[in-house]
Design a protein around this ligand. Structure first.
Ligand SMILES: [Mg+2]
Length: 221
């Protein structure tokens, strides 16, 4: 059975922080196509603090570490992203509580809890052209594949789900979030949150040596 340790969770968050920081301008440019252009900077501002604080955060358990990260998101990630990402880390932390390692099935349950929390917090649902259009099918795919215990296969599959979500939602009109205020102008633009999730997953593939060839233009830059 595959066990993911707290050290591995910490490393994954560090790699994701690098992704967010490196794409600050790109993610804001994407947000600017239909929204207010703050997404990249909002996220990067928070993840710069998370990356800096990560080595000294409470490592007594995965849940404890994720709850600290949740608080940093709420405090330092700006705009509407702060409460959304903060809620995700909080729910994942509550689902992993005092564990110092988790199975893939437990990780799938953590992601599912995060997704349900974000849905409740933001009031968005599938098809509203938010990051949930990536996260909901990701949670379902993890639940489906986790019992087989192949972490690389799970990562590849969820990256494909997020990659496809970019193009599947490109022509939708946003119903939630700032992009909804411009209505039709949000059609034909990718959702920056979905691109953000997909970019983090694709960078994890590269980091862990999982071979994946993306289809969306936003991942082939
Ligand atoms: Mg924005």
């Amino acid at each position: 059975m595959t066990e993911i340790t707290i050290e591995q969770v910490e490393k994954a968050i560090d790699v994701a922080s690098d992704t967010v920081i490196r794409n600050e301008i790109y993610f804001s440019d994407l947000d600017g196509l239909a929204g207010d252009g703050d997404f990249g900077t909002s996220l990067a501002t928070g993840f710069k603090v998370i990356k800096a604080d990560l080595p000294t955060l409470d490592k007594s358990a995965i849940g404890a570490m994720l709850l600290k990260i949740s608080m940093l998101c709420s405090k330092h990630v700006g705009g509407s992203s702060g409460p959304i990402w903060g809620t995700g880390f909080m729910k994942a932390g509550m689902a992993s509580k005092d564990k110092t390692s988790v199975s893939l099935e437990e990780l799938a349950a953590m992601v599912n809890a995060a997704v349900e929390g974000i849905m409740a917090r933001g009031g968005a649902k599938l098809g509203d052209k938010t990051l949930l259009d990536a996260l909901i099918p990701i949670a379902e795919k993890m639940k489906e594949l986790a019992p087989a215990g192949d972490a690389a296969a799970v990562l590849k599959a969820v990256t494909e789900v997020a990659d496809k979500a970019i193009d599947e939602t490109r022509n939708l009109v946003a119903h939630r979030g700032r992009a909804s205020q411009v209505g039709e102008r949000s059609a034909n633009t990718p959702d920056p949150g979905i691109v953000g999730v997909a970019t983090i997953l694709y960078d994890w593939c590269k980091h862990y040596g999982v071979d994946y060839t993306p289809t969306a233009a936003e991942l082939n830059r």
